[in-house]
Design a protein around this ligand. Structure first.
Ligand code: ATP
Length: 876
């Protein structure tokens, strides 16, 4: 059992009273040192030498080491040394790549790690969950992830989903009662006054004192969770692994063939064996998997810099295929910086400055309206809480601007209870004690509230809440005002109240209508161009909002989402539609209004049934299932609940729609770069294989020594492949439709290019080889073939940067590729001209004219490929 079970009630109560103002920073600091970070698992950093050693676990590397051993034993220490050096350098490169990828994942995990609200030094502050300590006073709200185990102090309608702990999917009600008596032990299910780390707050709000953190929590004792931090392979990595496996088999077949032919021709068995092994290493793209990982890691880092935090690497691949984005309106497409523009009280539309005048006259309708706005409100910016709901913040400021003091109203009319705002209910209710009587205040969507009103405020009356019957004409006037404001894209809230209401007894009916408030939430300036860019990229944007249909249509029209001929549907209409009807109308519907989070799943499914890859944004606790169902669930980093962040695969650090489009472009770029790196590696390998097959089948001397192939494949090829992975996005990237998710990498066109480009390089290499044969025999031919193939592959790095010609791209637009070429060339020159290395690589001296011939042969395939592209572009 964890610590809190064994502590006496007295001890707990003493702790509670001491932390009403929360801990001081110094206390929190010393407790953090004493109890450690509040984390459930710790990713143990693997030491670099272990990563380095793991690079030698590969079967092919083992075979090579055996081969090196044989070389050594048969009196060829040079070859053995070269093999070991090459393997060492390869392992070093692999280690660097591994660390880089791990570092980027770690920093992403840090960026997306959950946050908690606690009271410290009497102030409510948001801190990383990992810094929560025992004794902290945590504030829980609908959508919070409970950061630690805690005992409840204050509760307003709290329900908590504890499925991660108990397996029970239904939410459990919690309250402060049921304190354990001395010596009694309750089973976890009966702990209604406790909340547990890892549970989700599904509704209500509460304050609780932290009793246990990290591994001392109930969930911390469940060992199976400890492996959560394991990095999983993405579908692309898995399919590439499969592909590499099949390729390895094919190549082994070729090796056996080459080996058989060598033996048949009575060549020394050892030489033939060594060569077959080296050919296998040269042909198998071992670097593929780590290149994919590193390109993805670099892509996610770039996305994080642009405010899109990837939680699940799979999202990077899916982003490139996104064809539909279902976006929330408030805060994502709009600024969520609300300001009350006008109010409507007792049949009068007023600007906010007129309200001050009206309220100053002491009218009861204005007084109750302002009371409702101040009391049915959870923000208190004056207490330093600047993070509150923008709607409530705007109302708070409206009350202040009208000359009232919200804090004073709250002191005079203490709150007895609350049904928190919920986007499915579209309203919030509080009960207050006003002059000895209980009054229920309700605020919410006008259509929802009006249905529950039977009376309207009558300022002439003498009662605490004077009212008269709500007539049909009153109702029509209110709806008319609502419609007029909605057409201007304003967000409207209605207020109502009921006197003599008993908490938890009277429902929110028979209400007295108090008035309307209209708020402006301007669209973000980036939204319109982002929607247009998405359209150009073949990505459809759909607005899903809890707001009124007319308001939603007006805002969507301004942003360019709602176009002539489009449909705007309400949640109620959606409920009436059959699946077939919805699927048929789907392409025309660009706005869904007054929907609840449950509708989102239906919309995602309908688009997915039409074969689309769907990105869906969400911020509320009820959005989690839709975020999980979507191909890419996107949570809001600033305004989103912890539950939605937990369910999402991507978090928008700036809550901005335009960031989604940037992320989609980055996703496309990452995929394209990976594909290009694969093309580079495979076409280079193809060239090597074709040369070896050609000479083997014709019974000619082999064009490369084993160390040559190792050098090319493990050293010089990795550099351009990484540079290709860093290729910046082209302008045209968002002008093409999204990639078909079902289309694999190895399309016939792609394989054709690998054969063609590999064939060109093989032809050039064999030409250099035959020149060497004519001018100096086998040794020179071998040196010339090796140099030509290495250099041709380095040149080919430029071709694989993009499908565009290098003239269009610009040689300097990817400095990494230039650096990779130069570094590769220097390494080649070192092997050819530095005396010691020359001996190890059995390189013959090259005369300037021969070196020039090699350079020309190596350059020729690139010239052909580039000319082909220039010709193609000229024809378009
Ligand atoms: P989105 O576009 O992100 O879905 P939304 O704010 O339009 O956001 P909800 O948050 O679901 O949608 O709100 C639905 C309706 O509930 C709003 O149109 C408004 O009338 C009402 N509402 C919003 N916030 C509050 C609140 N704090 N208290 C009471 N009612 C609210």
């Amino acid at each position: 059992m964890t610590e809190w079970y064994s502590r006496s009630e007295e001890e707990v109560l003493r702790e509670l009273s001491s932390c009403r103002r929360g801990l001081t920073d110094a206390e929190a600091h010393s407790r953090l040192e004493k109890y450690g970070e509040n984390v459930l698992y710790e990713r143990e950093a693997v030491p670099w030498w272990q990563i380095f050693l793991s690079q030698f676990k590969d079967l092919l590397v083992v075979i090579l080491m055996i081969a090196a051993g044989i070389s050594m034993a048969t009196g060829d220490p040079e070859s053995a040394l070269v093999i070991f050096t090459v393997l060492f350098l390869n392992a070093l490169l692999g280690t660097i790549q591994h660390r880089k990828a791990e570092k980027s994942l770690e920093s992403l995990q840090k960026l997306s790690s959950p946050e908690a609200r606690v009271v410290r030094e009497g102030q409510s502050v948001t801190i990383p969950s990992s810094n929560v300590v025992p004794g902290d006073l945590m504030i829980l709200e609908a959508g919070s992830l409970v950061p630690a185990d805690g005992r409840l102090l204050e509760v307003y309608g709290l329900t908590v989903n504890e499925s991660s702990l108990t397996g029970e999917s239904l939410s459990a009600e919690k309250h402060t009662g049921c304190l354990r008596t001395e010596g009694e032990r309750l089973s976890p299910g009966d702990q209604v006054n406790m909340v547990f780390s890892g549970s989700l707050v599904t509704s209500g709000r509460a304050a609780a004192v932290v009793t246990a953190t990290g591994m001392n929590t109930e969930i911390g004792s469940i060992a199976s969770l400890m492996n959560r931090a394991e990095v999983q392979k993405t579908p692309l990595q898995i399919s590439l692994d499969h592909f590499s496996g099949h390729l390895a088999l094919g190549i082994m077949g070729i090796c056996v063939l080459v080996f058989g032919l060598s033996v048949y021709r009575k060549e020394p068995v050892l030489d033939a064996l060594m060569f077959a092994v080296a050919l296998a290493v040269a042909a198998i793209p071992e670097a593929l998997s780590s290149i994919v990982t590193i390109v993805q890691a670099m892509g996610t880092q770039k996305m994080a810099r642009e405010h899109a935090i990837i939680k699940d690497l799979k999202a990077v691949e899916s982003l490139g295929c996104v064809s539909v984005i279902c976006s929330d309106k408030t805060g994502t497409l709009t600024q969520n910086r609300m300001e009350t523009e006008a109010v409507y009280i007792n049949g009068r539309e007023m600007e906010t400055d007129q309200l001050k005048e009206y309220a100053g006259s002491g009218k009861k309708d204005a007084k109750l309206f302002l009371m409702a706005a101040a009391l049915n409100n959870n923000t208190s910016p004056s207490a330093g809480d600047k993070e509150g709901d923008p709607v409530e913040l705007a109302l708070f400021h409206m009350v202040q601007a009208a000359g009232a003091v919200p804090e004073q109203l709250r002191l005079c009319c203490p709150r007895k209870g609350e049904i928190p705002f919920d986007s499915a209910r579209k309203r919030m209710t509080t009960i207050h004690e006003v002059q000895g009587e209980e009054i229920m205040f309700v605020k919410g969507a006008p259509d929802v509230l009006l249905e529950r009103c039977t009376r309207i405020i009558n300022p002439a009356g003498a009662d605490l809440v004077p009212s008269r019957q709500l007539s049909a004409s009153d109702r029509a006037a209110i709806l008319n005002q609502n419609q007029e404001w909605s057409l201007r894209g304003l967000r409207i809230l209605a207020f109502a109240c009921r006197s003599g209401a008993k908490w938890q007894e009277d429902p929110e009916t028979d209400l007295v209508f108090l008035g309307l408030a209209a708020m402006m939430d301007p669209p973000r300036p980036e939204s319109r161009p982002a929607v247009a860019a998405a359209r150009q990229a073949g990505i459809r944007t759909v607005m899903i909002t809890g707001d009124h249909r007319t308001t939603a249509m007006a805002v969507a029209g301004r942003i360019g989402i709602f176009l002539p001929g489009d449909l705007a549907l309400t949640g109620a209409r959606l409920d009436q539609m059959t699946e077939e009807e919805l699927e048929k109308k789907l392409p025309q519907i660009s706005v869904y209004a007054r929907v609840s989070p449950e509708h989102k799943i239906r919309i995602v499914k309908a688009w997915q049934n039409r074969g689309h890859i769907v990105a869906m944004t969400g911020d509320g606790v009820n959005d989690a299932p839709a975020l999980k169902k979507a191909d890419i669930g996107i949570a809001m980093g600033m305004g989103g609940t912890e539950v939605s962040k937990d369910a999402a695969s991507m978090i928008l650090a700036d809550d901005n729609f335009a960031t989604i489009i940037k992320a989609a472009a980055n996703g496309r770029n990452v995929y394209r770069n990976i594909k290009n790196a694969i093309q580079f590696l495979l076409s280079g390998n193809m060239a090597g294989i074709l040369c070896v097959l050609y000479t083997s089948l014709l019974g000619l001397p082999l064009p490369f020594a084993p160390v040559h192939l190792l050098f090319i494949n493990l050293i010089t090829d990795s550099l351009p492949a990484i540079a290709i992975g860093m290729e910046p996005a082209e302008d045209g990237l968002l002008k093409k439709p999204p990639r078909d998710p079902k289309e694999g990498i190895l399309t016939p066109g792609f394989v054709g290019q690998i054969f063609f480009q590999g064939g060109l390089m093989a032809g050039a290499t064999m030409w250099a080889w035959s020149l060497g044969m004519r001018q100096g025999g086998e040794a020179l031919a071998c040196t010339m073939a090796f140099s030509a193939l290495t250099l041709a592959r380095l040149f080919h790095g430029f071709n694989c940067r993009s499908s565009y010609s290098i003239i269009q791209l610009g040689l300097l637009s990817n400095p990494g590729s230039l650096a990779a070429f130069m570094l590769g060339s220097i390494l080649l020159a070192a092997v050819l001209f530095v005396p010691g290395l020359q001996m190890f690589f059995a390189a013959s001296d090259l005369m300037p004219v021969q070196a020039a011939a090699v350079g020309m042969a190596a350059f020729l395939p690139t010239v052909v490929i580039q000319l082909g592209r220039i010709f193609r572009d000229a024809q378009q």
